[in-house]
Design a protein around this ligand. Structure first.
Ligand code: GRF
Length: 206
């Protein structure tokens, strides 16, 4: 019998955090299936038990974890349980994909340079507190920008301030509404996040 090489065999174990429709989660899942990235999504974590992302995870047989602050007496207990669950599942990397809660600092600290987020604009512009969903695209249009885009960045304790891993632009077109711009950016996100994941896996190998 051939001896297994655990260094090369190990598939990167991913947890994806979501709150919404989960279209980025789905695109990452598809990309892993198609591009044979050496990774697998082993956990979908959400603050909402019934969102599209959780439904998709259930359909694919991916473990789900519905966890919110409200289930605990203190925020610290909530954070500690999140860390425990991620460690118990032997998660290597965490991908935030439309997770609409601030990740507790204890969780961020437990995954230094191992947690990514996607933001629907060209950071460092149009990031930070309050910059989510259509607010981002409204701000981009009000600023008269000629291009927008999406950014995948490492997560640190400061909102949208971690090191940028990958960024891609899309044009802002005459007559754009926040909704039309959001749709164009989201389409871009669906290619960007899998590419960023590939880049992360390559960086982690070297
Ligand atoms: C995306 O626009 C992402 O950039 C933002 O939230 C949205 C999530 O969409 N953080 P989905 O749930 O992946 O469809």
């Amino acid at each position: 019998m051939q001896k297994k090489n655990h260094m090369t065999d190990h598939k990167t174990r991913l947890a994806v955090f979501c709150s919404g429709s989960g279209s980025n989660f789905k695109s990452i899942y598809q990309a892993i299936a198609e591009k044979t990235l050496n990774a697998e999504i082993v956990l979908c974590l959400s603050n909402r038990s019934q969102c599209g992302a959780m439904e998709f995870a259930r359909q694919q047989g991916i473990a789900i974890l519905h966890i919110t602050e409200k289930q605990f007496d203190t925020f610290d207990e909530f954070a500690a349980e999140m860390v425990k669950q991620l460690k118990d599942a032997r998660i290597d990397n965490v991908l935030l994909a439309g997770y609409m809660r601030k990740v507790p600092d204890a969780v961020v600290k437990a995954f230094p340079d191992k947690m990514l987020n996607i933001h629907p604009a060209l950071l460092p512009k149009f990031g930070g507190e309050g910059m989510y969903g259509l607010h981002v695209h409204t701000a981009v249009l009000e600023a008269g920008e000629r291009e927008s885009g999406a950014t995948v960045h490492f997560v640190n304790e400061e909102y949208d301030k971690g090191k940028i891993l990958l960024q891609r632009t899309v044009p802002v077109l005459a007559g754009d509404t926040p909704e039309s711009l959001a749709a164009r950016v989201l389409e871009c996100e669906h290619r960007l996040y899998p590419d960023a994941l590939e880049k992360l896996l390559t960086l982690q190998k070297s």
